[in-house]
Each structure stands twice: as structure tokens, then as C-alpha cells.
Design a protein around this ligand. Structure first.
Ligand SMILES: C[S@@+](CC[C@H](N)C(=O)[O-])C[C@H]1O[C@@H](n2cnc3c(N)ncnc32)[C@H](O)[C@@H]1O
Length: 311
């Protein structure tokens, strides 16, 4: 079980990188909306409780610029008033608030060493029935479509018994992922041959854009899933879980809770793919390193995964 002093820290202590000032920043007087230190602290608390995102105190300007759009859209004149509105729990605004504060940076074949590794892992399992993969912070779709292309390349055709769940908390990015239309700068990371095989051009799309072919897209099911939620509305086991570049936004106790929840969702011999700057040493009782930023269950965790597989 992960134990750390951090679990007893407050959010402010856990994410503090510089002393918190209660004074306005130098630019505050030039700003369109009143935004106090207290407003910022309430926003940090709200997004931490809602999404697990531990915003560091240096993100104050980022928060201002992202949420200023929401104030304009709602016609609210100060951050204090806006935070009250969100705290009152209007579901649509809570969603817009959350969507505004997530960071969705992604690209096709990001951390490309994972894709041959996934293929090697799946190769001996190709004769087995269904293969289930969960991409748990799928952002605008580049990651789950890269997984789908890697899988199709392995099989030599689009194997419809491979199911990929692509989930994210942010509903805006899920909509973009569902559309599967990408601009030339996004497509630049897709090898030419794969572009020709798995994308369609034209059909009223803007110049240079391309859309994922429907038969490749059919491998994916999109879901809104908050990794922080107590239960996830789906069934495992998953042969592979991709959880890349999202844990960095969470503190260690939150990461541990999520990793612990992954265990019964994993096939006993499954793999967990992490982001390049994420390491799960603090969950060494659950996951062991199998390769560069790739994890497998420990013996103990495997027993638990086996028990939940039998249920
Ligand atoms: C930086 S992107 C990473 C995207 C992709 N996994 C990659 O590595 O390219 C992080 C994603 O995590 C999502 N996210 C943040 N908090 C989340 C939560 N509590 N549950 C599920 N997804 C979350 C964000 O909406 C965002 O799309």
C-alpha cells in the first residue's frame, strides 16, 4: 500500500512550488475581470475535487485566460461570481469549467516506441478471441487511432474482434475524437503509407484535412470516463491499458488510487502503458516495470486480477 506524507498534505502544500502571494500580480489592474487569490484557490480546489488535477500556484495566469472565455460566454462580470455559479453545481457549466482546465496536448504515434511493443505483445495472442484495449485519456483521438492503426498493421487487416475503448473526462475532445477529422499539421506525424490506408480525403473537408476511415473507427468506442470516479461504467479485463500523460496532473495519492483501481480491470498478463515522464515506483506493490514506461502487474496484483476475472 502506498504511504506518503503527501497524503496528509493539503492541495496547496502538495503542489506548492513558490510561496503563495495574496497580493495581486502586476497585471491584475489591466485585466478585464476581477480575479483574486481567493478565487484562484477556490478554482484549484474545485478542479482538484472534480478531476484530480492538482494545479500548481504558478498556473494562475493560465487559469485566468482559460476561464475568462467562460465569463464572456456567460456574461458574468467577476471570477468570484463565476466560481459561485460553478460551485452551485450547474451541470453544463461544471462541464465547461472542467473542459477549460484540462490540457489536451497529444499527437499521432506519440512515444512511438510503445506501438511496436504493443504489436509484439499482441502477436502471440492473435489467435485468442477478443482483444480489449482501453485508452483512458484519449484526448482528441490521435492516441486511440494510432493504437488501432498499429493493431491493423499487425493483423494485415482491420480486425473487428479487437475492441478499443477511448475515454476522456473532457467532452469537447471526445467530440473531436468521434469526428476523426485532422488538419495537415496533426497528420504530419502519420507515416505516408498509413495515411493512404486509413484516412479519407475530400468529402467537403477543408484543404489538406483527412478523416479516419469508418472501418478503422469502428474498432473504437468513445466514452466519457472520469478516472477519479469511484466506479467506471465498463467491464474488463483489458489486455492493455494506455494511461499516458495524464497521471502527471495528479498528485501521488491520487495516482495510487487510480492504479489500484486499474488492477481488477487488467488481464493478469496485461500491460499498462504510461507517459514518458510518469513513473509508478510509488505503486511497486501493484505494478512492475516491463520496459521503457511499460508496466505489468506484480504477482500479488496478478492474483487480484485473476480473482476479478473469475467473477
Ligand atoms: C495531455 S493529454 C494526454 C493525451 C494522450 N493520452 C497522450 O498521451 O497523448 C491529458 C488528457 O487527460 C484528460 N484528463 C484529465 N483529467 C482526467 C480525469 N480525471 N479523467 C480522465 N481523463 C482526464 C484530459 O482531458 C486530456 O485529454
Amino acid at each position: 500500500m502506498y504511504r506518503s506524507n503527501e497524503s496528509s498534505k493539503t492541495l496547496a502544500q502538495a503542489t506548492a512550488v513558490a510561496p503563495c502571494t495574496t497580493h495581486p500580480t502586476t497585471h491584475d489592474h489591466e485585466r478585464e475581470f476581477l480575479f483574486t487569490e481567493q478565487d484562484f484557490e477556490r478554482i484549484r480546489k474545485l478542479i482538484y475535487e472534480r478531476a484530480g488535477i492538482a494545479l500548481s500556484p504558478i498556473k494562475r495566469d493560465m487559469v485566468y485566460s482559460r476561464l475568462a472565455r467562460r465569463l464572456r460566454a456567460t456574461g458574468i462580470r467577476t471570477f468570484g461570481e463565476y466560481v459561485r455559479y460553478v460551485e452551485q453545481g450547474d451541470p453544463a457549466e461544471l462541464e465547461a469549467f472542467t473542459n477549460s482546465l484540462t490540457t489536451n496536448l497529444t499527437s499521432f504515434f506519440r512515444e512511438e516506441h510503445h506501438f511496436p511493443l504493443l504489436q509484439e505483445f499482441l502477436r502471440p495472442r492473435m489467435q485468442k478471441g477478443n482483444i480489449n484495449i482501453w485508452c483512458s485519456a484519449s484526448s482528441t483521438g490521435e492516441e486511440p487511432y494510432s493504437i488501432a492503426m498499429a493493431v491493423a498493421e499487425l493483423y494485415g487487416f482491420i480486425p473487428n474482434h479487437v475492441k478499443i475503448i477511448a475515454s476522456d473526462l473532457d467532452t469537447n475532445v471526445l467530440d473531436k475524437a468521434r469526428q476523426g477529422i485532422y488538419s495537415p499539421d496533426r497528420l504530419a506525424k502519420v507515416p505516408e503509407e498509413l495515411l493512404r490506408k486509413y484516412f479519407l480525403r475530400g468529402h467537403g473537408m477543408p484543404e489538406g484535412h483527412a478523416q479516419v476511415r469508418p472501418d478503422l473507427q469502428a474498432l473504437l468506442t468513445f466514452r466519457q470516463i472520469n478516472l477519479l470516479d469511484a466506479t467506471w461504467p465498463m467491464r474488463g479485463p483489458f489486455d492493455a491499458i494506455f494511461c499516458r500523460n495524464v497521471m502527471i496532473y495528479f498528485d501521488k495519492p491520487t495516482q495510487y488510487r487510480i492504479l489500484e483501481k486499474f488492477v481488477p480491470f487488467m488481464a493478469p498478463d496485461g500491460l499498462l502503458f504510461a507517459g514518458h515522464s510518469e513513473s509508478f515506483h510509488h505503486a511497486a506493490d501493484l505494478f512492475k516495470l516491463r520496459g521503457k514506461t511499460v508496466y505489468a502487474l506484480t504477482e500479488n496484483a496478478m492474483q487480484r486480477a485473476c480473482r476479478s476475472e473469475r467473477r
